[in-house]
Write a protein that binds this ligand. Structure first.
Ligand code: NDP
Ligand code: GDR
Length: 348
């Protein structure tokens, strides 16, 4: 039997890189869509990239963009994938307030383009589809913890675009019988998390301050609370969804929630600096317990016009039907990320 063929959009991102590693380990032939950029953007998949000149490479990269319908149709036609994982997105919530139209184009219509490619190429019976939906769709949460039946209330252009992508995936499943599933994923992080998401910004900052190459870290809303898991485990959940006989939507989450403030204290602890927060509102600051030096300050530029204050997921359905459960706690995750950032700065 020939190897299963997977197409991953967003293969150069955090999740795409974990998923590509996972699928190669399972014997898949992996095809990734990567955007052209003026400098290398394949750092996260460097170790698995194979020179196309070697015999029978199992990892292939295709230039592409989910805002370009003709490109997407051609790539899907060439690859004839058994599974498509749609991870491509302008995935930064705050940036979506600055680029709402582009975010809608990539995150909402990009999903539609892939679904239409499956239909136009008559691949409905062959190709299974995974959509990276998000806990941001719950937004101003109505019920806690949030599960597959919790009402949505998106609070950013990103979340609104992702809500369209979520429902268009559900609609194509119901209208055309596609094997299409959405993973409603809560925040998941790792040492290769994008540097401007809050966990990585904090672990890099703590690492750099501990090594004396940065003085202070500026953050936004310290009160925000998130259910943070490990990206490696979420990639496994995505794959499991496409191995089921029936396509369905699943929440992936840890069920445990912490504040940005707590994560900051842990990361500095892991970098060998005890800090405490004093003050209120925008005057709240994080001070080194030993030296009294101010290391963390609030910069209101990182506040969002509308914020998601609290998220906590209930992944009971994924546990019951997929046998999936988050194992890593956020405390260990902070430790792993700080250690990786310290090693990176030292050049190990
Ligand atoms: P990243 O931001 O790390 O990766 C996004 C990927 O999408 C990158 O490979 C990026 O390419 C690519 N991309 C962006 N725009 C386009 C485009 N127009 N055409 C093609 N590719 C594009 O995100 P994550 O890996 O963290 O997340 C993966 C997916 O899961 C995203 O859809 C995200 O919205 C969703 N999600 C993530 C969660 C998380 O906590 N990580 C939680 C819930 C959902 P490039 O490298 O060139 O920028
Ligand atoms: P989020 O992640 O918006 O949840 O989206 P992010 O790490 O950006 O923010 C989490 C919370 O931290 C607060 N915050 C800050 N955020 C950033 N980026 N920078 C700061 O300096 C800062 N200070 C405080 C934010 O206000 C927010 O409340 C992520 C993305 O991966 C999405 O693609 C994904 O869909 C969701 O997680 C689930």
């Amino acid at each position: 039997m020939s190897a299963k063929r997977a197409l991953i959009t967003g293969v150069t991102g955090q999740d795409g890189s974990y998923l590509a590693h996972l699928l190669l380990g399972k014997g898949y032939e992996v095809h990734g869509v990567k955007r052209r950029s003026s400098s290398f953007n394949t750092g996260r998949i460097e170790d698995i990239y194979e020179d196309p000149h070697v015999e029978n490479p199992r990892m292939h990269l295709h230039f592409g963009d989910v805002t370009d319908a003709t490109n997407i149709i051609r790539v899907v036609q060439e690859v004839q994938p058994d599974e498509i994982y749609n991870l491509a997105a302008q995935s930064h919530v705050q940036v979506s307030f600055e680029t709402p139209e582009y975010t809608a184009n990539a995150d909402a219509l990009g999903t539609l383009r892939l679904l239409e490619a499956i239909r136009i190429l008559k691949l409905e019976d062959r190709t299974r589809f995974f959509q990276a939906s998000t806990s941001e769709m719950f937004g101003k949460v109505q019920v806690s913890p949030q599960d597959e039946d919790t009402p949505f209330y998106p609070r950013s252009p990103y979340a609104v675009a992702k809500l369209y992508a979520h429902w268009i995936t559900v609609n194509y499943r119901e209208a055309y019988g596609l094997h299409a599933s959405c993973g409603i994923m809560f925040n998941h992080e790792s040492p290769v998390r994008g540097e401007t998401f809050v966990t990585r910004k904090i672990t890099r900052g703590a690492a750099a301050i501990s090594l004396g190459i940065q003085d202070q870290l500026y953050l936004g809303n310290l009160d925000a609370q998130r259910d943070w898991g490990h990206a490696r485990e979420f990639a496994e959940g995505m794959w499991l969804m496409l191995q089921q006989d029936e396509p369905e939507d699943y929440v992936l989450a840890t069920g445990s929630t912490q504040s940005v403030r707590d994560f900051t204290i842990w990361a500095f602890d892991d970098a060998g600096i005890g800090i405490e927060f004093r003050g209120e509102g925008t005057d709240e600051k994080g001070y080194c317990k030993d030296t009294g030096r101010c290391l963390v300050q609030i910069d209101p530029r990182y506040f969002r016009p509308t914020e998601v204050d609290y998220l906590c997921g209930n992944a009971a359905k994924a546990k019951a039907k997929l046998g999936w459960e988050a194992k890593s706690g956020v405390r260990e995750l902070a430790r792993e990320m700080v250690a990786a950032d310290i090693a990176a700065i030292r050049g190990y």
